[in-house]
Each structure stands twice: as C-alpha cells, then as structure tokens.
Design a protein around this ligand. Sequence first.
Ligand SMILES: CC(C)(COP(=O)(O)OP(=O)(O)OC[C@H]1O[C@@H](n2cnc3c(N)ncnc32)[C@H](O)[C@@H]1OP(=O)(O)O)[C@@H](O)C(=O)NCCC(=O)NCCS
Length: 332
Amino acid sequence: MSAQRVPKSRILGTGHYVPEKVISNFDLEKTLETSDAWITERTGIRRRHVAADGEVTSDMAAHAARRALADAGLEVADIDMIIVATISGDSPMPATAAFVQQKLGAQNIPAFDVLAACAGFIFGITVADQFISTGTARHVLVIGSELMSSVLDWQDRGTCVLFGDGAGAVVLGPARGGDRGLLATRIFTDGTLASTLTIPAGGSTEPLTSDGLLRKRNKLKMMGKQVFRTAIKYLANSSLAVLEDAGLGIDQVDWIVAHQANLRILSQVADKLGVPMDKFIINIHDVGNTSSASIPIALDEAIRDGRIKPGQTILMSALGSGISWGAAVVRM
Ligand SMILES: CC(C)(COP(=O)(O)OP(=O)(O)OC[C@H]1O[C@@H](n2cnc3c(N)ncnc32)[C@H](O)[C@@H]1OP(=O)(O)O)[C@@H](O)C(=O)NCCC(=O)NCCS
C-alpha cells in the first residue's frame, strides 16, 4: 500500500513526555543476572524511564498531546480526531484514546486506538493522512504512548532490559499546497510471524487464569534473534520502497528517525541503505525501546534541539509485533 507524492497532510506540531523516574543498567545489575557492559554493547541502551505509581498510558499521552497542540498553536477544540498507537493501554476496553479525549477535554470526536506495536506510529499517521487527504478531518492528533514497564517480566533479562515508558505526539493538518508534508507512507504486516513477539494471555486464545498469571503469560515474550534479523531486512526494504514512492533518493534525506529498538539493528540498516550512522537521530541510550512512542519522542527531541529544521526531509521506519512494519517520508 502506498500514499501520494504530493503532500495532503503536514506535521503542524510535535510534543513528547517521558516520566521522571529512571532505571539505569546499573540498577538492573542489582536484581538481574546482567551487566551494564552487556546491555550497552548489545543494545546501546544505558537507561530507561518508567512511569510513577498510578501514572497510566493515557496520562503520558495527554501530556505529549498538550505539548504538540501548543507547538502547533492549536486548541483542543481544533482537533477532529484522536488516534492513539499503543500495546500497553489503560485497559483492554475502551480504547486508551477515549481516556485521552476525556483528559484533554475534547468532546464527541472520534478517538480510537491502532495496534501495530512498535510500528503503531507509522500506522497512525498513515490513517490520519487518509482522513485529512479526503477532507473528512482537518486536524488529527496522532499519539504513541506506552507503559511498557507494565507488560514486562522483570525477571526475563532477554526483554526487560530493552524497553522504557513514554509518549510522543504529532498534530497533522492540511498541507495547503507546497511541498511540505507527508510525501509517502508504506505499511505492512506478515501474520505468519505473529508468534515471534507476543503477550500470550488475556484474550480469547488464552484467557488469563491464576495459573497464567503465575507463569507470567500476560507479559511480553519475544524471540529476540528472529525479530532482530527481520527488523534489519524490513526496515531497510520499506525505507527504500517509500523513498521510491516519494520520488527521492536516500542522498536527499536529511535525517532518519527510525524505531529505537537496538543500536546494532540501526547500524546494520545504515549499512544496507549506504548511509553513515550520523544520519540517524539516536536517543536509545536514554529511553530504550518505547515501542509506538519511539519515533515521535525522537522526532520531537530533534526538532526542539534544532537538529531537524523546517524544509528538511525526514525518513521514518519502524517494525514491531505482528510482525508489522512501515516507513514514511516527511518534508518538515
Ligand atoms: C534481545 C537481543 C538484545 C539479544 O541480543 P543477542 O545478541 O541476540 O543475544 P542472544 O539472544 O543471542 O543471547 C546471547 C547470550 O546473552 C544472554 N543474554 C540475553 N539477555 C541478556 C542480558 N540482558 N544480560 C546478559 N546476558 C543476556 C543470553 O541468555 C545468551 O546467553 P547464552 O549464550 O548463555 O545462552 C537482540 O536479539 C535484539 O535486540 N532483538 C530484537 C529486539 C527488538 O528489536 N525487539 C522489539 C522489536 S520492536
């Protein structure tokens, strides 16, 4: 699936939020058979932020959304739709987006979640772009928000060291001519790989029982090596495909904002794309893998610190459970 070359929607504002509390690799050494050296060398992660007691996914999403709205110079009343990408929402039902709507004080506009795990933000902006392109919506809030600490088994060193909590948001609005905006997006899912990264229990396949709770079947399970190999291949392929849709070469890209899952994945994607690592916006050392929040957090940080400037071309790509992945090209 591909989108248009002439942008119909544009990023009007960005915002992010990460909780204050930090867990360093050294903190994890105290409770797990792991080391700062292993985690840093194998992943690039040095610390991750975790939510305070009582802080929930929609709280973080609402903080990021308010910052994105302020950046766009818009009020809550200007928003026509709220899309939240999350796999660690407030509860199985209703959508976390409904709680975000309530917290923002927006009323009677559609608010729904998309579940494409770490690729959720790319799926979210792709959906928003369709509504804006047809004129059905003017301003859409797309938020990635994850309370990953709540879905981790803190005794599984193969997963718990990797993830962090946080939220990132963008406001998309009409491009109004010109070449600034979403130039192309591509989204994909390969359900034959669905079992490589799951939260097994809590649905109709495996209702959560007390035995399941004891066996932590409600926590994230991952075949790390397989996901690692798949990520390199598909992040590179989808990046090239979306650039072709946009009619651009990789040399015309100013920055790559890719999902921060593992620094070694990004370095191998860089090799495949034939670009130096300094083209990538990197914040994995500070936040870990924040799943659907990963790209909008990194994007907002780089815009606010002046690295990403108006008029520059940004390539985004992400992959996660599903396996779902995608890429987008945006002119800021
Ligand atoms: C999880 C991941 C970091 C593991 O790295 P790896 O180099 O593949 O490591 P392996 O799984 O081969 O494990 C190597 C050894 O390190 C050990 N190990 C795993 N986690 C460890 C940790 N936190 N600390 C110390 N040792 C660890 C393993 O048990 C294994 O030990 P063994 O050889 O005695 O069996 C890596 O596979 C990865 O990043 N996968 C993709 C993750 C991802 O992107 N997920 C989300 C997608 S959005």
